[in-house]
Design a protein. Structure first.
Length: 301
């Protein structure tokens, strides 16, 4: 459109085009040609109809002056590129022209005249137009139009970021679950018990404790039992009790071997109750003992 400011403005209308430089000067001479004419640029064109295309006299100086300045400059550049060749007809003239500004000056002064082709509309071919519409519909209906690459890259980057966020959230969550489970399996212990349990027993210590346990079992029938060792909180734990035997077995928790100290030995409830009553009677003064006997006699009566 930069070269043809007078092209048909719409379907069924007449116009002109400035074609005839270089090898194009051989086109549309004599009686002209009949063609379908499209007007536009790039990828978008408008069908104008069935035309008679004929070369007519070049533009006069007055007609040239009516063209827009942008069209004049563009046409002067095209003229310099196409005419300043070995195939030019007037080699003596073009040997003196050195740049585009000289060509534009020669057009403005009338020394050069731009070629002109007339476009005369004869009819608007509806059958041909319908074929174009059908072909256009089939092309855009059947052909898949992919998304722009930039949109696809942004979507992929967003998905990767979401996956990375999920991975980062799963790690602390799993660690928290394992830590909570470990705390449920091994509740908090006393400070003294934790200090004794933190030390990992060596093989020699395990062997000595097992030999001591074996010798103690061998002499239990002849010698009187030794006084039980006292653990924190003044709880007596016999060496041969089930709780002590269970404590010598190492237990694993989170990759660290610990010896869990034994709890309070299992004793009969009735024996513990009788022992407590005897201790109360020994410590009770004589007056309170007599009062208790008098109460019993009263209840007996």
């Amino acid at each position: 459109m930069d070269h043809n400011a007078w092209s048909p403005p719409g379907p069924g209308q007449h116009g002109y085009m400035q074609v005839g430089l270089g090898r194009d000067r051989k086109l549309f001479n004599g009686e002209g040609e009949y063609r379908h004419v499209f007007v536009g640029g790039g990828k978008f064109f408008l069908y104008c109809g069935w035309y008679h295309v004929l070369r007519v006299d070049p533009l006069t100086k007055e007609e040239w002056e009516t063209l827009p300045p942008r069209v004049k400059k563009t046409y002067a550049e095209t003229t310099f590129n196409k005419e300043n060749t070995k195939e030019c007809t007037d080699k003596q003239l073009w040997s003196t022209i050195k740049n585009t500004d000289q060509v534009l000056t020669m057009y403005n002064e009338g020394q050069l005249r731009a070629p002109l082709v007339r476009l005369q509309c004869l009819k608007f071919d509806m059958d041909f137009y319908q074929e174009l519409v059908d072909a256009n519909g089939r092309y855009f209906t059947n052909k898949a139009r992919p998304a722009p690459p930039s949109v696809a890259k942004r979507r992929k980057a967003s998905d990767d970021a979401m996956v990375e966020d999920d991975k980062e959230e799963d790690i602390p969550l799993a660690a928290t679950v394992v830590q909570n489970k470990a705390q449920d399996d091994h509740p908090a212990m006393a400070l003294d018990d934790c200090a004794s349990a933190a030390a990992v027993p060596s093989q020699e210590l395990m062997a000595s404790s097992s030999s001591e346990h074996a010798s103690m079992n061998a002499t239990v029938s002849t010698a009187p039992p030794a006084p039980p060792p006292v653990v924190s909180a003044n709880i007596a734990v016999p060496l041969s009790s089930p709780a002590r035997q269970a404590s010598t077995q190492p237990q694993s928790s989170s990759g660290l071997t610990l010896r869990i100290p034994g709890g309070r030995p299992a004793r009969s409830h009735s024996i513990a109750k009788d022992t407590e009553e005897e201790s109360e009677v020994r410590d009770r003064p004589a007056s309170s003992a007599l009062s208790s006997l008098s109460d019993d006699d009263m209840y007996a009566d």
